[in-house]
Design a protein around this ligand. Sequence first.
Ligand SMILES: [Zn+2]
Length: 202
Amino acid sequence: MSYFQIIHKGDHPNRLFIGGVHGKEGRSTSQALEQLSDEDVGEGRLVIYNCDDTPYLSTLKKQYYQSRIGKEILYLIDYYQPQVYIELHCYNKENFHRLTSPNRRSEQGVPPLIELEEGVLIGSVSPYIRTTLFKRDDICMTLEMPCNPGPQSLTVYVNVLKIIAGSNSRKELEDKMVQLYPPQVETAKRYAQEFFGDYPPF
Ligand SMILES: [Zn+2]
């Protein structure tokens, strides 16, 4: 189930998409990643890695990055030095409200995830890596969909992945996302500024 693929069309930008970073999420995220192909990638490179099952440990916990899979992810980031880093997750439907709740900041220490449509959510990556391993202008995003997604959720999710893979700059990505999801991008901007300071939305 775990797989690794590189689509190479040049050296810049460098994108790293990692699916299923904990638990059994890789079983769902592989369904999305396997739909990406050469023609979806703009300039530069796309590195795709989908993880096998691992014990579930939240990426908001420091111990995650001391676990075997956490270290593997740190290694991949260090090795590929991506300007675009995307984590693909999935959630059980009963957790939807917890993930999108305005209280997530006080309860979990991170901003709520934002629904695009069909249960597909966007958010930032773990604060443990966002500000330490990436530059301010790098693009870092968590993408969530329901686990064992229905066709509508999967279509939205794959479409967002293709937009990211096909964009060659932050500006290009933001323009495309604003066209499709204007209020969500506004909210993402606000959360990023509230949480990280002078940071862009993804
Ligand atoms: Zn997850």
